[in-house]
Design a protein around this ligand. Structure first.
Ligand SMILES: C[S@@+](CC[C@H](N)C(=O)[O-])C[C@H]1O[C@@H](n2cnc3c(N)ncnc32)[C@H](O)[C@@H]1O
Length: 223
């Protein structure tokens, strides 16, 4: 094995690197910032993307020249606004959310951000919604219950065009995936995410990797 220099990312270094990306590249609008800032006060869990992750999602949307996108896991709509910013004027994002309250807040946030015309929210259990959703999508972004990730992948492979992209958040489970002392609260997430990562990596219909921005994005091109 060739000896390479180690990548040693202590927590403060990782935060500093994220901030470096934000400072240099990320153009977050005030309306987007407010979505994230209000999320906890509105009684929702603060589990939305970080700004540099949102920026990268917009970047990927542009990269594959996406016009038709599906997101699984809306929350207050923060990540959806980034996808919408990456879409052309006639592009459309369909975002799936289990909780009516989350969807209502997201709808108001889309209005405030000026992206309502580009986004449809479908409320319900994603597995059921996807069963009646067929298409040739350019991009699917998965960011919901980890137990569902493998089923969402199966659907995505069937419904993303050749050359399109499937991406999924929390590939690293905040480091617990490889940590010597994993966070016990993440045991279930690690189990499902590891199974998901392995399945993506071994599927010959996909060309895939993990993009190590934030908590890691699985990224798979459909061949
Ligand atoms: C991590 S949050 C999404 C964050 C969002 N992508 C963002 O960055 O702004 C996960 C969301 O998925 C929703 N969710 C969880 N299980 C679901 C399911 N089975 N079907 C649809 N939505 C689900 C939750 O209610 C929650 O709002």
């Amino acid at each position: 094995m060739p000896q390479r220099s180690h990548l040693v990312f202590e927590p403060d270094i990782q935060d500093a690197l994220s901030q470096y990306i934000v400072d240099l590249y990320v153009d977050e609008t005030d309306a987007q910032r407010q979505i994230s800032e209000k999320t906890a006060a509105q009684g929702l869990p603060q589990i939305d993307l970080r700004a540099e992750e949102g920026w990268m999602l917009m970047f990927l949307t542009r990269l594959v020249q996406a016009k038709h996108v599906v997101e699984i896991g809306t929350l207050a709509g923060y990540s959806a606004t980034w996808i919408a910013r990456g879409l052309p004027d006639d592009g459309k994002l369909i975002t799936l959310e289990l909780e009516q309250k989350h969807a209502d807040i997201a709808r108001a946030n889309f209005k405030a951000t000026g992206v309502s015309d580009k986004i449809d929210i479908l409320v319900g259990e994603a597995g059921k919604t996807l069963a009646s959703l067929k298409g040739s999508f350019d991009l699917v972004f998965i960011d919901a219950d980890k137990e569902g990730y493998e089923d969402y992948l199966t659907w995505a492979i069937e419904n993303v065009r050749s050359g399109g992209l499937i991406t999924a958040h929390n590939a690293f489970q905040h480091g617990s995936l490889v940590a010597k002392v994993p966070d016990p609260a993440r045991t279930n997430g690690v189990k499902h995410m590891d199974a998901f990562n392995r399945r993506v990596a071994s599927d010959k219909r996909l060309l895939s990797t993990i993009i190590p921005v934030g908590d890691g994005f699985v990224a798979a091109i459909v061949l």
